[in-house]
Design a protein around this ligand. Structure first.
Ligand code: ZN
Length: 130
């Protein structure tokens, strides 16, 4: 059996990383065993699995900003957020996480991270357990 839920994540900066592990876990049925797909329904935000250590989250933001400069892109002539599209593409749109008895079966230091590249705004994330 497959279930689908959505969660809303509000961000408060243009480029920021948010630990959404607890919200994802709450969206998985208690009796689910299998996999959970976490899918970000946007073109300027991404999702990843990594350590939610505050300094590392800052490093992720800095690395994305260093890899993709803020200005000088063609798409900026349309809506000024090409850097956000490009940064989110480096991260990807979804992750798959194992689930055992309704719990995310991740490593001790692994968290599900939403990476906001064009905030602040509210993002919708789809969580499918199957
Ligand atoms: Zn755009």
């Amino acid at each position: 059996m497959s279930t689908r839920a959505t969660i809303e994540v509000s961000t408060d900066e243009r480029l920021t990383v948010v630990d959404i592990t607890d919200q994802v876990s709450d969206a998985v049925p208690q009796d689910a065993t299998g996999t959970c797909t976490v899918f970000v329904r946007h073109t300027t935000a991404g999702v990843s699995v990594n350590e939610a250590e505050p300094r590392l989250l800052g490093d992720i933001e800095r690395a994305l900003a260093d890899i993709v400069p803020e200005e000088g892109w063609d798409h900026d002539r349309l809506d000024g957020n090409a850097d956000a599209h490009l940064r989110s593409m480096l991260l990807g749109r979804s992750v798959t996480v194992p689930v055992v008895d309704g719990e995310l079966d991740v490593g001790t230091w692994q968290s599900v991270l939403l990476v906001e590249c064009d905030g602040p705004r509210t993002r919708t994330v789809t969580v499918i357990a199957e």
